[in-house]
Design a protein around this ligand. Structure first.
Ligand code: XMP
Length: 326
């Protein structure tokens, strides 16, 4: 498809000046396309949908309706940051949907990883569809499609590209980032004034913590993975590893082991740390984390996270391991 090929004349966006030029061009193009109509956007809080939101807020203000679905599988503080940045600071029209119970009820007892992904994807479309039906006069659907999504052409971003909506909700698409590579999206995001920690966020899978709470998700283990992940991120940031390691997170398996806490037998879960470097996510190497830091993180997780008595560090490169465990 001709309109899905990046124009050969398009310069790589590497500087704030080039980003500002891209933004100016997009603002005119978006205003011309949208006119006085309304646009809907599923705003996950990830880099791409956040940059699309910031661009559209600049272009058409309150004609943009952002829908943020909290499915309960986001990292600690993420839903709050979406509300803070977009509703409070950018004055966006933001519909916040607390769908945590709905998702966790649907996921109860579902243990097989691909089934979990399907349940999360299908429920996301259902929630988004319900919200779309409550709104009048929507004619456009904005999406955070970026160039690698087109090149790879698989269901790369099923989490915030809401293909799969019923026929009567097939809006005209608005995809202002579709010719940009990730590094360019980040430069544009910074130029739009988005917080650095949002723009330089590490990759996070669409099904979120759902695939890091192994097997059938339970609320207590989900909280344990969210809390331990927050500790890991805090410690990596404090120790200068935040921008250095490509992807790092914790996960929690669905078995317990014996331990001892305050002289009492504690039959609890382990938490596993994963920290990897890669160029394209096809292969990955394990980050050589200083041992004292691993010990410190272990001490914090086992004392601060309820139900956890051990911490393990995954030393497996990809291959043979994948980056995620599910
Ligand atoms: P794996 O585990 O296959 O992961 O080595 C490679 C990269 O893809 C991310 N990932 C996903 N991203 N939906 C996504 O949007 C998914 O279902 C999914 N599964 C894995 C993973 O975090 C890593 O960056």
């Amino acid at each position: 498809m001709a309109n899905n090929v990046r124009p050969a004349s398009m310069e790589r966006i590497t500087t704030p000046a080039l980003a500002n030029k891209f933004i100016e061009d997009q603002l005119s193009a978006l205003r011309a396309q949208i006119g006085s109509k309304k646009v809907l956007l599923a705003l996950s809080g990830g880099v791409d949908s956040s940059v699309v939101a910031a661009l559209l807020i600049k272009a058409v203000g309150k004609q943009l309706v952002c829908v943020h679905v909290n499915h309960g599988l986001l990292r600690k503080g993420e839903p709050e940051q979406v509300v803070q940045v977009f509703r409070e600071e950018m004055n966006a029209n933001l519909v916040y949907v607390d769908a945590v119970d709905r998702f966790l009820d649907k996921l109860a007892g579902v243990a097989e990883p691909e089934r979990k992904r399907k349940v999360i994807g299908a429920e996301f479309i259902r929630v988004f569809e319900e919200e779309a039906r409550k709104l009048d006069g929507i004619e456009f659907l904005a999406q955070g499609t970026i160039y690698p999504d087109i090149l790879e052409s698989g269901p790369v971003k099923a989490h915030h590209n809401v293909g799969g909506l019923p026929e009567d909700l097939k809006f005209e698409l608005v995809e202002p980032l579709k010719f940009l590579f990730k590094d360019e999206v980040r430069v544009v995001g910074e130029a739009l004034g988005l917080p650095k920690n949002m723009v330089y966020r590490q990759p996070f899978p669409g099904p979120g913590l759902g695939v890091r709470c192994l097997g059938a998700i339970t609320r207590d283990r989900l909280e344990a993975v969210r809390e331990s992940d927050a500790i890991l991120r805090e410690e990596f940031a404090k120790n200068g590893l935040e921008g250095k390691v490509w992807q790092y997170f914790t996960l929690i398996p669905d078995f317990k082991s014996t331990g001892v806490k305050e002289n009492v037998r504690a039959y609890e879960w382990p938490v596993i740390i994963r920290a990897v470097n890669t160029k394209d996510a096809m292969t990955a190497t394990v980050e050589d984390i200083p041992f004292p830091l691993l010990q410190h993180i272990t001490a914090r997780i086992t004392s601060e996270v309820k139900g956890v008595n051990r911490v393990l560090y995954d030393l497996t490169p990809k291959p043979t391991g994948t980056i995620e465990w599910e």
